[in-house]
Ligand binder design. Structure first.
Ligand code: NOJ
Length: 758
């Protein structure tokens, strides 16, 4: 049968359009206002058997397993049969225009109702053109470049038949041990929200278009706060913290139009997320009016048994569908248990119908009923994937993601006439690891290695010698000899060290966040040669780099940068690009400081000393005996090859009423010898509250370009909303009193000015 049978008669369509002339909003759900889409969905729903309905809620993995061995109903070689029988709504983590065309043809031509398939995938930081890990992209503080990067991913993935990505991950985290810190935008809810929204816009564009894909906000909720930083572990926090810190980025992503959301693996307040009525009913549907699709994470419905919240698969299925999880990813519960649960009266068919409606609505919005074959085009696959333009966008965001952490020797930018370079480290020539933690469609052969980038960019007469030195895992230092040998012969040493791709990302938590293996020793051995050293660190998390604190080497935080790694790193090293990245997350001095984040509370016994007063003067203060409170590098931090000077912050009003606005301004000058970009950051402190307030919170930023010697005045307007928070009674609003507005180069700035709210 053909999908065309659902096409409305033109006369019917006209009638529906007349009926639908009133705008449908969540507040205005006039049941009499039926849209063409609703009519279409109802008509299709009325034709479905219970089994077919449950099939529409069953989502299964393709050839690339991204979770524990599947127990799924579908045998990997047997998709066609499952599709024909209407037992699956779609497949994820499979690809290829030809393959997906075939699957869609089976769905449309050979299943009873001809409903096309959702084809999902973890397109987290690129499809074939791989971009920096999301944490790296967040360091760009460049929303347009981030949106563009997501668009490139959508263009490539859709050419290959994919119509839905499980991104962006909008989880906030304070814990560098948690491997999935790599996949998010860092520690800050405000920056995290803007980035989630930018990525949603990039992926989705106009959802119906053939070259954009549906986004999925994940993992709802608070998956980034597992105890001990151990993936999948228990999450427990106050509702206030949840609302202030963890929920805003999910909400921002949904407000930007994300079509779907994924529940998380963790429990929250003792209730697993896939059966959590507070999260799914109260917050998501009621408060936020979200009408899109909720998908579980991989087997997360079944895992409620292991959590100890339900006894068996039937209970798990009943709880999940009733709480509002529309689609079952990989637990096989909706397809196997739901029909029986409906038949024996345990689950009202209304729950199933509503979930099917949302599934069909997504397929409708993607344009799949109009043209089920629009995603997946062999011609586009051949011309658009890894195109010059896509690689250019990847290079742009890769350069912008790099953060210059220290450069006191001034060796950077390196002169292209340098005679000889010793390039050393496990990542010097590597390609596979540079694709990062979530890039299984990316191929190593498409990566420009650090070695290739440096050879291409250095002057024609520069000799580049290469040694691996060691690998990530072993304690073998025998490679140091060769490394020392080439180091002795070279004018300058460039180190390419860091984590392998599996050391972060899902299930990539680490209890030790230093450079793995003997790499610290390798770096120290190279420093001991007395040569100038540039350390390029590749990592999926903030690493403990305190061993570099003697400041002698120049250090670049490079995350993993993807396809254009070598070009991006070389552009920064040789000064073709002046680094503009700023940390979206604090870098701890040691793992013992974790959690580390800038918007902490002051506590009743704050310590603000410099650790140089007599010990007796700092007893009974909130501090460690063996490490400072401050991070090694604060949130928002990053250097440039030029220098910026901030004048004192000025405000136009020292007191405002609740409907008033303060304009805070600062003059910023480029006082160095090169053009450069600065991220001017606005923080606010509320000194007294009915609930205590953080020492500062990011409320705005502007990334500006200043030519050498140029000055600009940067202004921010501050309104009541920006001063608001969850007060003691959990209402949202500002409280009168003293505030300080800080504008500066990072979260540690003290360039502030007070004002008062009456
Ligand atoms: C589990 C991960 O938590 C989630 O982020 C991902 O989208 C799914 N697996 C599918 O691969």
């Amino acid at each position: 049968m053909n999908y065309k049978k659902y096409t409305l008669h033109p006369g019917g369509l006209l009638l529906l359009l007349i009926l639908c002339s009133g705008q449908r909003t969540p507040e205005n759900k006039n049941p009499l206002t039926v849209s063409a889409k609703d009519e279409f969905i109802e008509s299709l729903l009325s034709k479905m058997t219970l089994e077919e309905k449950c099939g529409q809620l069953n989502f299964v993995v393709g050839s690339i397993l991204t979770g524990p061995a599947a127990t799924a109903d579908v045998n990997v070689s047997d998709y066609d049969e499952a599709i024909r029988k209407g037992r699956i709504t779609g497949i994820f983590n499979t690809n290829g225009a030809k393959n997906i065309r075939h699957l869609q043809e089976v769905a449309v031509k050979e299943s009873r109702l001809g409903i096309p398939l959702l084809i999902g995938a973890d397109i987290i930081h690129g499809y074939k053109t791989i971009t920096p890990i999301p944490l790296g992209e967040a360091a760009s503080w460049d929303l347009a470049a981030i949106e563009k990067s997501a668009r490139v991913a959508a263009i490539e993935a859709s050419a290959s038949g994919i119509n839905w990505t499980f991104a962006p991950m909008a989880d906030i985290t304070h814990d560098a041990r948690w491997g999935r810190i790599a996949e998010g935008a860092g520690e800050d809810p405000f920056l995290g929200g803007l980035i989630a929204a930018a990525r949603v816009k990039g992926f989705q564009g106009n959802l119906k278009d053939a070259n954009t894909i549906a986004a999925c906000i994940k993992h709802f909720a608070a998956y980034g706060a597992p105890e001990g930083g151990r993936d999948y572990n228990t999450v427990d926090m106050s509702e206030r913290r949840l609302r202030e810190t963890y929920l805003p980025p999910y909400k921002a992503g949904l407000q930007a139009g994300a079509a779907t959301i994924m529940t998380s693996f963790n429990e929250l307040d003792g209730v697993p997320a896939s059966g959590n009525p507070f999260l799914l009913k109260e917050v998501l549907r009621k408060e936020w009016n979200f009408e899109g699709l909720v998908v579980s994470d991989w087997q997360s419905i079944e895992e409620m048994i292991s959590h100890g919240n339900v006894a068996d698969r039937k209970e798990a299925g009943k709880l999940a569908i009733k709480t509002g999880v529309d689609m079952d990813m990989m637990a096989d519960i909706y397809i196997k248990e739901l029909p029986e649960l409906v038949k024996n009266g345990s689950v009202d068919i209304v729950f199933v119908d509503n979930a099917v409606r949302r599934t069909l609505a997504l397929k409708y919005d993607l344009g799949l009923f109009e043209n089920p074959y629009q995603y997946g085009d062999e011609k586009r696959e051949a011309t658009e994937i890894l195109s010059k333009e896509n690689r250019a966008a990847a290079l742009d965001i890769a350069k912008k993601s790099i953060v210059l952490l220290q450069n006191s020797s001034g060796i950077l930018p390196l002169n292209k006439s340098v005679k000889s370079i010793a390039l050393i480290g496990p990542l010097a020539e590597d390609k596979a690891e540079q694709n990062g933690c979530w890039a299984f469609f990316g191929e190593a052969k498409d990566v420009v290695s650090v070695a290739e980038g440096i050879k291409e960019t250095a002057g024609a007469n520069s000799k580049v010698m290469i040694a691996k030195g060691c690998d990530f895992y072993s304690s073998d230092t025998s490679g140091f000899r060769e490394a020392r040998k080439i180091a002795q012969q070279a004018e300058v040493i460039i180190l390419a060290v860091g984590e392998s791709a599996v050391m972060n990302g899902e299930a990539g938590s680490r209890s030790d966040i230093r450079l793995p293996g003997v790499q610290e020793q390798l770096v120290k051995a190279m420093m001991a040669t007395g040569k100038q050293v540039i350390v390029c660190v590749f990592h999926g998390r903030p690493l403990d780099l305190s061993f570099l604190e003697d400041k002698s080497p120049s250090v670049l935080a490079c995350w993993t940068l993807g396809s254009e790694t070598g070009h991006a790193v070389a552009a920064v090293i040789f000064g073709d690009y002046n680094p503009s990245g700023r940390l979206p997350v604090s870098f701890p001095r040691s793992v013992g400081q974790v959690p580390v984040y800038y918007y902490t509370k002051q506590t009743g016994r704050p310590y603000s000393g410099a650790y140089n007063e007599p010990a007796t003067e700092r007893v009974y203060r909130s501090k460690y005996r063996d490490v400072e409170n401050s991070p090694l590098f604060p949130f928002g931090y990053g250097l440039s090859y030029t220098t910026f000077k901030y004048e004192t912050v000025e405000v136009d009003h020292s007191t405002i009423n609740s409907d008033g606005i303060v304009t805070a301004s600062v003059k910023v000058s480029n006082t160095g010898g090169r053009d450069g970009e600065e991220v001017v950051q606005l923080y606010i402190r509320d000194w007294v509250g009915s609930t205590t307030r953080p020492v500062r919170e990011l409320k705005g930023f502007q990334k500006i370009m200043l030519k050498a010697g140029e000055s600009k005045t940067v202004s921010f307007t501050i309104n009541n909303e920006m001063l608001s928070f969850y007060r003691q009674d959990m209402t949202w609003g500002a409280e009168p009193g003293k505030f300080t507005v800080y504008i500066g180069e990072n979260s540690a700035t003290n360039n502030g000015h007070d004002f008062f709210l009456r």
